[in-house]
Design a protein around this ligand. Structure first.
Ligand SMILES: NC(=O)c1ccc[n+]([C@@H]2O[C@H](COP(=O)([O-])OP(=O)(O)OC[C@H]3O[C@@H](n4cnc5c(N)ncnc54)[C@H](OP(=O)(O)O)[C@@H]3O)[C@@H](O)[C@H]2O)c1
Length: 286
């Protein structure tokens, strides 16, 4: 039985792996957090892989506070780049495969068609820069898959859906930007894709490289918020505003829709539309 370690297992995506792992009894999962495996500590990573005979690492750990990273880039870089290099080197020494998660925020958002894996990355935020450096730390690793995803949400943790539901209960109206376009991604759907890659690794079909994954469809944060209020039957009015009228510390790409053709072809995936996944997640919440 293959031993798989999941880092950052208390995060949104990490929790999705925990929840779905019983459906994959052919793997032996080790769920770790910063207390049990601090990925910044290279020696700790090395000895963890050896002590537990790990075959594959799923790196769900990250520094994800996009605005805070603007004034805390060194700390963000430590987790999003230096720790990824640690994982990559320790994985290579121990003949481990590695699946790493990256972001649509590596792009500047000037495209007007969905981004492919070969489009040039040019982040507009400190968070995006540190995540792109993390990808670069893996470029010489022939046994690494990088999945860039976007607008991640789940039943747990800090995310747009949970924030909208909380604010929607507290307020009569909310202003949400309509000039940033992307695609929401339900963490459970992304976790299932990672499991599909694990299964294909079992049959010798682990295909290293960068892949894009989100749910299907396209929307603005305004559309996303409106759908959340509708599904939750909340009377809160959603008002469309421009990014310039909703200033944040970090700039965001105005357009970060991901083209998913490569991952769909490689792993024969059918991806749910974002509205379908949101509806299913919200019915589980209630
Ligand atoms: N959230 C999004 O909208 C979004 C969008 C695109 C891509 N992504 C990417 O998707 C991945 C998963 O994101 P997420 O939303 O699930 O993140 P998350 O909820 O913020 O979880 C990240 C986890 O990493 C842990 N962590 C931080 N430093 C660590 C360390 N040194 N060692 C071990 N664990 C550490 C955190 O623990 P503590 O909480 O204890 O610090 C946290 O549990 C990340 O790579 C992220 O960049 C996210």
């Amino acid at each position: 039985m293959k031993n798989i370690v999941v880092t950052g297992a208390n995060g949104q995506l990490g929790n999705a792996f925990r929840r779905l792992s019983p459906e994959y009894p052919q793997f032996n999962f080790f769920f770790t957090d910063a207390d049990t495996l601090d990925i910044i500590n290279k020696e700790a990573v090395r000895s963890y892989l050896q002590a537990n005979s790990i075959h594959l690492i799923i790196n769900a750990a990250a520094y994800t506070a996009v605005d805070k990273a603007e004034t805390d880039e060194v700390a963000a870089c430590r987790i999003n780049c230096e720790a990824v290099r640690n994982l990559s080197e320790a994985a290579a020494e121990n003949h481990c495969k590695l699946i790493h998660i990256s972001t649509d925020y590596v792009f500047d958002g000037t495209n007007c068609r969905p981004y492919t894996e070969t489009d040039p990355a040019c982040p507009v935020s400190a968070y995006g820069r540190t995540k792109l450096s993390g990808e670069a730390a893996l470029q010489d690793n022939a046994e690494a898959v990088i999945i860039r995803t976007s607008w991640l949400y789940s039943e747990t943790g800090n995310n747009f859906v949970r924030t909208m539901l909380r604010l929607g209960r507290e307020r009569d109206e909310l202003r949400v930007v309509f000039d940033q376009t992307g695609t929401p991604t339900y963490a459970g759907d992304l976790a299932k894709v990672v499991f599909a890659i694990l299964l294909s690794a079992e049959t010798g079909n682990f295909k290293s490289g960068i892949y894009h994954y989100s749910n299907e469809g396209v929307c603005s944060w305004y559309d996303f918020a409106l759908k959340i209020m509708n599904l939750a039957n909340l009377p809160c009015q959603i008002l469309p505003v421009e990014t310039k009228d909703y200033p944040t510390s970090a700039a965001r790409p105005p357009y970060s829709v991901l083209n998913k053709t490569k991952i769909k072809d490689a792993y024969h995936l059918t991806i749910p539309h974002w509205e379908e996944s949101l509806k299913a997640m919200m019915s589980r919440l209630s």
